[in-house]
Write a protein that binds this ligand. Structure first.
Ligand SMILES: [Zn+2]
Length: 340
């Protein structure tokens, strides 16, 4: 039977942060120091996403590290306080229409007023142009509603975890927005990032990151893998393999305490789209420990629960899994879409 996964078959894992600031915009440290903070933590890629300033610093790349050109742009539609968008390049700087440190954005380039009703969508359309992908800045922090977020399109991911937004206002977790989009049929990936402004300690840095499975470490390979969903977000737990086959979840991961399996599907009565969950614990019979890895093999609707997953038809459904270790560090896998 067909294997369903967002992860590419053959590739290496690369650790990265997609959202970072320096003194070039509103960060506290100069960019060369910030890049050093991440290199010292063995990150493989970093996007310096200054506000409305396109950034692609040269001279920091080596065989284990690259800078992804990018920026953060914003719009202020009438229904929101601040809508942010992270824009990441799919090409080398020499092939792009923007230069390092060029000012770009709705205010600067397109002449759109801050409160243009369609400013945010126009920005996504203009910037997600084949040369770039775009990621919506943490929608909870930005006071979007799930409905207002779902009215926009053209982005491949949203920030489901933003470390500084959590630190400053407990508004850094946007998983509920993600589930709203998935439940409404949207193929959207979930990104965890630091949104680093402040400094070199754990309140601000290495709070969460993405692990990308890509054929190699280049701008095109990393950003294309993100666009396809070949990555997971994490605060520590590691995923080595993950797919759905024969309506079974197969997961290989580092030692965790719990795996939450959320299934979005249709009831047997055909009436409603519904989502329901089950949780596997480390001491369940579904878990095996093989060579210091944990291996989980479980039917997506195996466990009867209050939400009665066994009543799902399993013809067309979506699975999203979340891992939690003993320190309550989380890893979020991207949703897998099954359509038989
Ligand atoms: Zn930011």
């Amino acid at each position: 039977m067909e294997k369903y996964s967002t992860l590419i078959e053959n590739g290496q894992w690369y650790k990265g942060n997609t959202h970072t600031h320096s003194t070039i915009s509103d960060g506290k440290y100069p960019y060369n120091e910030v890049i050093g903070f991440y290199k010292n933590r063995r990150y493989n890629f970093l996007a310096m996403t200054e506000h409305e300033i396109y950034t692609a610093h040269q001279g920091f790349d080596d065989k284990n590290f690259i800078i992804i050109p990018g920026m953060e742009i914003a719009a202020r539609p009438p229904d929101g306080v601040y809508y942010g968008l992270l824009v990441l390049a799919k090409k080398e700087l020499s092939e792009l229409k923007y230069a390092n440190l060029q000012k770009v954005g709705p205010l600067v380039e397109y002449g759109l007023p801050w409160n243009d009703e369609q400013g945010f969508q126009k920005s996504i359309n203009k910037l997600t142009d084949g040369d770039h992908i775009s990621i919506v800045h943490c929608p909870y922090w930005n006071q979007m509603t799930p409905e207002s977020l779902s009215a926009y399109s053209g982005y491949c991911a949203i920030e489901i975890y933003n470390h500084e937004c959590l630190h400053y206002g407990r508004q850094g977790n946007a998983e509920s927005y993600w589930d709203y989009l998935i439940k409404n049929g949207r193929k959207i990936w979930g990104i965890a990032c630091d949104d680093l402004h402040q400094g070199n300690d754990s309140r601000f840095i290495e709070g969460a990151w993405i692990m990308v499975k890509a054929p190699g470490l280049s701008i095109a390979e990393i950003t294309s893998a993100i666009e396809k969903g070949s990555f997971y977000s994490t605060q520590g737990p590691q995923i080595y393999e993950y797919f759905i086959q024969d309506d079974k979840v197969h997961l290989e991961c580092s030692k965790v305490k719990k795996v939450y399996i959320t299934v979005f599907g249709n009831f047997v009565d055909g009436k409603s789209t519904y989502f329901c969950g089950m949780t596997c614990w480390e001491n369940d019979e579904f878990f095996k420990s093989i060579n210091n890895k944990m291996v989980l093999d479980v039917k997506v609707n195996q466990r009867q629960s209050f939400y009665r997953p066994s009543r799902l038809t399993l013809e067309k459904y979506v699975v999203r899994i979340t891992l939690e270790d003993e320190y309550k560090n989380i890893a979020w896998a991207n949703p897998v879409f099954i359509n038989k």
